[in-house]
Design a protein around this ligand. Structure first.
Ligand code: PLP
Length: 410
């Protein structure tokens, strides 16, 4: 490491001491929460035993689901390697619960890109909610990126069955919503429609705060195991937690009516899913430190970052807006170059299924697409915002970001 790098790191870290000690507090609280849950449900080595075939009487799978329900303070959980991604987990919730004629309301504006086809927002995609006669409505955010409570009453009607809240901004240009803000949303919806089912897309949010949305009144919540709760070691999978009745509906849709939660071989996934959940608070803390570091350093170099280093955080996504598309692409390519895997590959913008604009995706990860590992991606559109997230170790993020900034300013 040369002197320039050392100095950049030292300066940046000096201005983040308060934030880092806050992260330490959150990590400790969440580690305690997770550890307590392991002890309470009595996980033992026998729960790591793989199951095959139908997966009947898979005691490990059942214990893992009990553990998730305990950590997230819900009645029930569905945690499966057969859930292929976050999008699939969310899709399972929507199709599991909604019936023809019901309406889905997104309270937090346009949802994450891949959900547009799931819902059938633009056209009647084969197999979308729209294709099944399920209606959709969304409440656009206000100019400052907040929920438009003044129009909430108009957006809810007698058909509204699920009110969906997306915690993390995803690829949108808006702040992510803290658990306190989500609580306020839930309370407001309940005033108008007490029986609405409140669904939370919790992707990227797990363990960033000391409470989860399921602890402040949400009915159903979903996320991906190749993001936060898998800690970078779960190789695939997703989770759904919430009210027992609702989670069982999701299981019926994921597997088959009548089979529900009783089947689904866990194969060799249990060990890493248990251990991943145990490690998750710590690894999320590493990624969070990296996100603060990124925000501070890039803003010192004149780029607009969101959140800033002084904002409250609720997810792992750090966005950086570049002045030109070329800068955005170069920075992403530098992140790739600083990765442990495929460091010699140069990512280029290209079209991706489920995304409207060309997308650049950088990050040489141990698990394909795992964005709890250091990755940088974003659709190539103004204001050329690159979304940087993850990092299994803070030190990796620090090295990669410093080297990328130096390359950019050459
Ligand atoms: C990542 C993400 C998703 C989708 O997850 P995939 O695993 O990529 O399908 C949905 N919503 C948000 C907010 C996300 O960050």
């Amino acid at each position: 490491m040369n002197d320039q790098m050392k100095q950049m790191i030292q300066q940046t870290e000096q201005s983040l001491t308060k934030q880092f000690s806050q992260i330490q507090e959150i990590v400790t609280a969440n580690q305690e929460k997770v550890l307590d849950a392991f002890q309470q449900v009595q996980v033992s080595e026998s729960h790591f035993t793989p199951s095959t075939g139908y997966g009947y009487d898979d005691i490990g799978r059942e214990k893992l689901e009990e553990l998730y329900a305990t950590v997230f303070r819900t009645e029930e959980a569905l945690v499966r390697p057969q859930i292929v991604s976050g999008t699939h987990a969310i899709t399972t919730c929507l199709f599991g619960v909604l019936r023809p004629g019901d309406e889905l309301l997104y309270l937090t504006g346009r949802p994450y890109d891949t959900l547009e086809d799931v819902i059938g927002i633009h056209e009647n995609v084969d197999g979308s909610l729209r294709d099944y006669g399920i209606l959709y409505n969304e409440l656009p955010l206000t100019e400052s990126g907040k929920v438009d409570f003044s129009n909430l009453e108009n957006a809810i009607n007698h058909r509204t069955k699920i009110v969906a809240i997306q915690r993390s901004k995803g690829y949108a240009d808006r702040p992510s919503f803290t658990v306190m803000e989500i609580k306020e949303m839930i309370d407001e919806v309940r005033k108008i429609k007490p029986d609405a089912i409140i669904f939370i897309d919790n992707c990227y949010g797990e363990f960033v705060e000391i409470y989860e949305p399921s602890e402040v009144g949400a009915d159903l919540m979903a996320g991906s195991l190749i993001k936060n709760p898998g800690a970078g070691i779960a190789k695939t999978g997703g989770y759904i937690v919430g009210k027992e009745k609702l989670v069982n509906k999701c299981a019926n849709w994921l597997v088959a009516p009548g089979l529900g939660k009783e089947t689904g071989a866990s194969l060799y996934s249990l060990h890493e899913m248990f251990q991943g959940l145990f490690l998750a608070p710590h690894v999320v803390g590493e990624a969070l430190k990296g996100a603060y570091f990124t925000s501070q350093l890039l803003s010192d170099y004149g780029y607009q970052t969101a959140p800033t280093a002084s904002d409250v955080r609720t997810d792992l996504i750090q966005s950086i807006s570049f002045h030109r598309a070329e800068e955005m692409i170069q920075f992403a390519q530098m992140i790739q170059k600083q990765s442990p895997i495929d460091s010699y590959v140069t990512p280029e913008p290209s079209s991706m299924p489920g995304y409207e604009d060309d997308v650049i995706m950088a990050g040489g990860t141990f698990i394909q697409g795992a964005s709890l590992e250091l990755t940088a991606d974003g659709p190539i559109r103004e204001p050329y915002t690159l979304y940087v997230q993850g990092g299994l170790t803070y030190e990796h993020v620090k090295l990669a970001i410093v080297k990328s900034v130096i390359a950019l300013n050459k």
